[in-house]
Design a protein around this ligand. Structure first.
Ligand code: ATP
Ligand code: MG
Length: 433
């Protein structure tokens, strides 16, 4: 992609109304555009990152047998009255209104009700179980504290998976698989998370589990063991800082953290409300046991930015970066302050070389953003590259031309190296580092 044509430009200054680092950096970098509190538009750079996150989630959900679906945001009131949540969610977060015919409609803040209702058509006997479906879809929630950028949207993407089982044993087996998939997802996104025990809230009396990424930007507080992986959410914590870990005896510490995902055992509540049951081997009618599993891809993206940034901008982990490399051409612009030493032919040579390399990178399958802008100085281009945070920066300039090589610098490192095109491409195509 040519940066000169990119929809969305970098900003010199931080946006005035943003406090969260993820919102400041993502808006300044031209990844997102703020429409109002908790409502962000994704521009090409931002959408690329979001789709990388979604791609990782999809792969891991498909691996454990998930079937992808897409459910509607518009919801009839009657469905939610059956589960008893029209009133309670209406008071909390659900947007509810009347359409022109006077009918009461809600915007889904979650999808247990409808997925259980649809499952009635699929699940009749024990032979139809277990079943796993998921979607990556837009949720609406009238969040009272929408000040954390992508961490807390009022319109946001959620990956929600729902599982259907014949009994709790079978649910527990899948719950462990979902846990593994979640750990793989967060690892691939560059996030170190704790799986913390949390209260079941309105869903269940058992623990639910949250995936918490330690961060000063977090709204949650967790207690975790410095030695093993044991952790509890503040709401249910039976320990305090300095206590011995109940699992291994290590020291308990505390940190602010961001809940990037969670998994719940739902029991038969939503299945019962929707009239969902199955017949077992003996012909007896039994309740269907459900589980649900959530991740916020936008919140994950925001958490990555909170975790990976420095004084100059974002430092994307390779697995979610919008591009693999950022190709920058310097000296292609005539500057009145620094008259071109080698003259117009020098400029043309540099530009020509950069265009050639750009095409070769594309042909070799390297995902590259090409800063071909003629009206920016080297300083402006470097500052933008640091802000945008693509893992590798490639420079073509008078200097590299003279040295008969290409300059490569990792965003996370401060020194660069000059190398041949063949070595450069090989390095960029390598999966890791
Ligand atoms: P929180 O306690 O932070 O409000 P929640 O318990 O309401 O989260 P769920 O309803 O279980 O979260 O949603 C599942 C996942 O969706 C969360 O783990 C989080 O990653 C994401 N998520 C929830 N609310 C938001 C939001 N307002 N903006 C962005 N992502 C969200
Ligand atoms: Mg919430």
């Amino acid at each position: 992609m040519r940066q000169s044509q990119l929809f969305g430009k970098t900003l010199r200054e931080d946006p005035k109304d943003e406090v969260a680092a993820n919102a400041r950096l993502l808006e300044r970098g031209g990844f997102i555009y703020k429409s109002m509190a908790g409502v962000y538009e994704y521009l090409p750079l931002g959408l690329r990152v979001l789709e990388r996150v979604n791609g990782i989630i999809r792969e891991e959900m498909n691996k454990i047998g998930g079937q992808e679906i897409l459910l509607s945001a518009l919801q009839p009131k009657e469905r939610w009255e059956k589960s008893g949540r029209w009133a309670s969610l209406g008071e909390e977060v659900m947007y509810q209104f009347r359409d022109h015919s006077g009918r009461e409609i809600g915007l889904a803040s979650t999808h247990e009700e409808v997925v259980a209702e649809i499952a009635v058509r699929s699940i009749r006997s024990y032979k139809d179980l277990p079943l796993f479906v998921y979607q990556i879809q837009t949720k609406f929630r009238d969040e009272p504290r929408a000040k954390s950028g992508l961490l807390r949207g009022r319109e946001f993407l959620m990956k929600d998976m729902y599982s259907f089982h014949r009994d709790t044993d079978d649910l527990n087996k899948f719950y462990a698989k979902a846990d593994k998939a979640y750990r793989a997802i967060f690892k691939r996104c560059g996030l170190a998370v704790y799986m913390t025990e949390a209260s079941g809230g309105t869903f269940t009396k058992e623990f639910t589990h949250e995936y918490q990424a330690p961060s000063p930007a977090g709204e949650d507080l967790i207690f975790f063991c410095e030695n093993c992986d044991y952790a509890q959410n503040r709401e249910i914590a039976t320990m305090k800082e300095g206590d011995p870990c109940p699992k291994c005896g290590g020291r308990i510490a505390t940190t602010k953290s961001i809940e990037v995902g969670n998994i719940f055992r739902l029991g038969a509540k939503y299945a019962d409300a929707a009239g969902l049951s199955y017949t077992d081997e003996k012909g007896a009618k039994k309740p269907v046991i459900m589980g649900c599993y959530g991740i916020g891809p936008g919140r994950v993206m925001g958490t990555i930015v909170e975790t990976y940034n420095d004084a100059h901008g974002i430092v994307w982990p390779a697995g979610v970066a919008p591009f693999r490399a950022h190709l920058i051409v310097i000296g292609n612009q005539a500057s009145p302050k620094h008259p071109d030493k080698s003259g117009a032919t020098g400029q043309a040579r540099i530009k020509n070389q950069a265009e050639k390399l750009y095409n070769r990178l594309l042909k070799s399958g390297v995902d590259v953003l090409y800063d071909d802008r003629d009206d920016k100085t080297a300083g402006e281009k470097f500052a933008d590259a640091d802000l945008i945070g693509i893992p590798y920066r490639i420079v073509i300039s008078e200097r590299t031309l003279a040295k008969k090589g290409i300059e490569l610098k990792a965003r996370a490192e401060s020194s660069s190296r000059i190398m041949s095109e063949a070595v450069l491409i090989k390095k960029l195509l390598r999966k890791t580092a």
